[in-house]
Design a protein around this ligand. Structure first.
Ligand code: TLP
Length: 353
């Protein structure tokens, strides 16, 4: 029986055998008392990786982002963000519901903001405008195709934020992928931001958890917001122990995921009726020509061939690589897509009489 190749997201990555072993024997304690040795160790490691003073483990990327927004901003503030960023499009409006914040959307190229694009939406202080408190950057950018912020752009945004006296947060759900793509340590990327959230449960393959890293005072406040949002866990070392293994073993493997994604993009893009976007990291976005049908129809044909992917709208599909997807799986997925596209185009070719 063939295995299903699940390319819907890197969130479906599975804990490795070493992670499962570590979870079974993790030293644990009550984290709300600061007494879980595994959580404490993971937070120290995360702070070291990102070059920050301190870190706090949170339940998810969503919780990490809202805790960070709450820590940076006050009710009524606005934050600058790119269109379609996860923070504003896919976190159930938490910034508004919980934070009382408004987003100020700046133009971007594939989700990447620049100092100029940010300047273009800045407004003079005026009683009708919400005070601008923060710039929020998503790196890598999901809807931008897994695009990566160049370090010079980050440096420019840092300078602008300093000039304006506002903070910079990075939704670094996949910042380890960004660092791998640039071939630099993660701290080189995160040095330009005040706070960063990264996810253990995506490309890093751990089952649960994200981390917010920043300076000590920020993290102390963030712990209060985490508790307020129900994220104060107890023996969460069971999860943190898998996160430790993730940080020790997975970052060095991300370049392979990126090579697999590039090959997938190349293979899918060569199929008549499919065009692939440029591939930057572990994500492949393709557009399906109407002559083949809709994205959902192609996804269904692929699912029938044991390859899962996600239709993001009527014509677009996202496929994501991660630790458990091998180079061989990529070839299998390309062959399945070739067959699926042939079936769909055959079904749509008018019969000549
Ligand atoms: N992204 C998920 C879905 O929600 C779309 C995915 O499959 O890619 N920031 C970014 C950039 C993300 O892509 C995600 C999740 C999050 C934050 C939220 O992380 P979680 O799911 O842990 O709350």
């Amino acid at each position: 029986m063939s295995r299903t190749i699940d390319l819907r997201s890197d969130t479906v990555s599975m804990p490795t055998a070493a992670m499962r072993e570590a979870m079974a024997s993790a030293p644990v304690g009550d984290d709300c008392y600061g007494e879980d040795p595994s959580v404490n160790r993971l937070e120290e490691m995360a702070a070291e990786f990102t070059g920050k003073e301190a870190a706090v483990m949170v339940t998810s990327g969503t919780q990490g982002n809202i805790v960070s927004l709450l820590t940076h901003c006050r009710n009524g503030d606005e934050f600058i963000v790119a269109e379609d960023s996860h923070t504003v499009s896919t976190e159930a409006g938490n910034y508004a519901v919980v934070g009382g914040l408004s987003p100020r959307v700046a133009p971007s190229e594939r989700g990447i903001l620049t100092p100029d694009s940010i300047r273009s939406v800045l407004r003079r202080p005026y009683s009708a405008f919400p005070p601008t408190r923060l710039i929020s950057l998503e790196n890598t950018n999901n809807r931008g195709g897994g695009s990566v912020y160049p370090l010079e752009t980050l440096a420019g945004i840092r300078d602008l934020a300093d000039e304006l006296g506002i903070g910079v947060h990075m939704d670094g759900a996949r910042v380890f992928n960004a660092a791998a793509a640039l071939d630099v340590p993660v701290a080189h990327v995160t040095q330009y931001v005040d706070s960063v959230t990264f996810c253990l449960s995506k490309g890093l393959s751990a089952p649960v958890g994200s981390i917010v890293c920043a300076d000590g005072d920020f993290i102390e406040t963030a712990r209060r917001f985490r508790r307020m949002l129900g994220g104060g866990l107890r023996q969460s070392g069971v999860f943190a122990s898998a996160g430790i293994i993730a940080l020790e073993t997975i970052p060095q493997k991300l370049a392979q995921d990126h090579a697999n994604a590039r090959r997938l993009g190349e293979g899918l893009g060569a199929i008549p009726g499919i065009s692939a976007d440029p591939v930057y990291t572990n994500m492949v976005y393709i557009d399906v020509d109407p002559s083949l049908g809709t994205a959902a129809e192609l996804a269904d044909e692929l699912a029938a061939r044991d390859v899962k992917c996600g239709a993001v709208n009527d014509s677009r599909i996202r496929l994501v690589t991660y630790h458990q997807i091998s180079a061989e799986d990529i070839e299998t997925a390309i062959a399945a897509a070739t067959a699926a596209a042939a079936t769909l185009s055959g079904a749509r070719t008018p019969v000549q009489v």
